[in-house]
Design a protein around this ligand. Structure first.
Ligand code: UD1
Ligand code: UDP
Length: 382
């Protein structure tokens, strides 16, 4: 009997986490792995490019939920994914990370008594003002299989009273993608194409509401990056949330942070972004995934946040948390530059095989035979 598994993707970081899982599942006989895109991210540069670069098959369905308030977006995913579940009846639903679609799809499946697996389970920032923290806690409470990237995540889950039998320490599937695609990323020679010297520039990304939604905070972050660029060129690929906020500042606001060596560019594809990070002297970010990737690449990372759900990137990696005050950016950057290069230290099980381990656990789950009863449909667009 075929085991019918629905894998959900929604927003930029989901693609890197789910691609290795889908690939490992599809390589196994007796498994039908379908891909559902909720459409939370939909711009070509936030969605389509990752399917192409990661070699991920087109989704079987795109729910086209788009943007909205947290409530509206979560509700739309809940409703549309539930309708899809009613018709598709998979044996198992796999969600990843901590975005609104992760929680909504886990909830829709759990309400239908369909088992839920959570990839990247157990991370906790302990800051409930972050929407992602609520999504993590609630998704883990609903999940039947919890796949953790590191031992601290396992401890968090155990402390919350989750049955240890449900928890599997499997490693980091986002790092599977990194290891797999690094040669292709290098071949694209992104630093040369962006006109920056290898080892002689910084890469920055900012998109957390706490950094970009308040115009004063965003202005101060951008001014600090502009100031840093006078000693070290900075490449800043701008997330659409941030782009919208910068636009609303108008010309006068934008002029305050313009600098010749602050290179403001649209969101990059995965391969160019990886290639740029690997050859950077320094990365400044508020991204979750980027903290892990710089750890794996051995590049110093400064995180512009008060908390991190990924403490292993500090204890066993290259990450430094500097808080949310933009006044800390320049001194922290100076210290990082003075400290010189740092060695990559790969946390346990960040070895490129997390997707395989996840697939091995999923393959042991019971099948209901629903996929034998289902009619074939054609793939959706991204
Ligand atoms: C979401 C996740 C966040 C994750 C980030 C990854 C939640 C609560 N937040 O934040 O955890 O770190 O994705 O990038 O799920 N927009 C576009 N085009 C797109 C997508 C978004 O223009 O393809 C714009 C829209 O104006 C939208 C805004 O970006 O309102 C925010 O998008 P949304 O998905 O709600 O949240 P993110 O900030 O992207
Ligand atoms: N990323 C990318 N292009 C960019 C910025 C980031 O491909 O311009 C990749 C990055 O390498 C990582 C993922 O996007 O794999 C992280 O996504 P994001 O920072 O949007 O979300 P978070 O990890 O904060 O949830």
């Amino acid at each position: 009997m075929t085991l019918d598994i629905a894998c959900v993707v929604a927003a930029r970081p989901n693609f890197m986490k789910m691609a290795p899982v889908v690939e490992a599942l599809r390589a196994r006989p007796g498994i039908c792995a379908r891909l559902v895109h909720t459409g939370q991210h939909y711009d070509e540069a936030m969605s389509r490019v990752f399917f192409d670069e990661l070699g991920m098959p087109a989704p079987d369905v795109n729910l086209d939920v788009g943007s909205g308030s947290h409530a509206a977006q979560t509700a739309r995913v809940l409703e549309r994914f539930d309708e899809w579940l009613e018709a598709a009846r998979p044996d198992l639903v796999v969600v990843a990370g901590d975005v609104n679609s992760t929680l909504a799809c886990a909830l829709a499946a759990a309400k239908r008594a369909i088992p839920v697996a959570h990839v990247e389970s157990g991370l906790r920032s302990r800051d409930r003002a972050m929407p992602e923290e609520l999504n993590r806690i609630l998704t883990d409470a609903l999940a039947d299989l919890l796949f953790a990237t590191s031992a601290d995540a396992v401890q968090n889950l155990e402390r919350e009273g989750i049955d240890a039998a449900k928890i599997h320490l499997v490693g980091n599937s986002m790092i599977d993608s990194l290891r797999r695609h690094l040669p292709a990323a290098r071949a694209r020679r992104a630093p040369e194409r962006f006109g920056v010297e290898r080892g002689g520039y910084a890469v920055a990304t900012i998109h957390r509401p706490s950094n970009v939604d308040d115009p004063e905070q965003l202005s101060r972050v951008l001014e600090a990056l502009a100031a840093l660029s006078s000693s070290l060129p900075v490449v800043l690929p701008v997330h659409p949330r941030t782009a919208a906020r910068i636009e609303s500042m108008g010309a006068a606001g934008a002029a305050r942070h313009s600098a010749r060596r602050l290179l403001v560019v649209p969101p990059l594809g995965y391969l160019d972004f990886l290639g740029l990070m690997e050859a950077a002297r320094l990365v400044l970010t508020d991204s979750g995934g980027v903290q892990e990737e710089t750890t794996a690449l051995g590049v110093r990372c400064i995180t512009l946040r008060d908390t991190t759900e990924r403490p292993i990137t500090m204890t066993e990696g290259t990450n430094r948390l500097i808080g949310s005050d933009p006044a800390s950016i320049l001194p922290a950057a100076s210290e990082a530059l003075a400290a010189g290069p740092i060695e990559a230290r790969m946390p346990a099980l960040w070895d490129g095989y997390a997707g395989e381990r996840i697939a091995a656990v999923l393959a042991r789950q019971p099948a209901s035979g629903s996929s034998e009863r289902r009619e074939k449909t054609s793939p959706a667009t991204v």
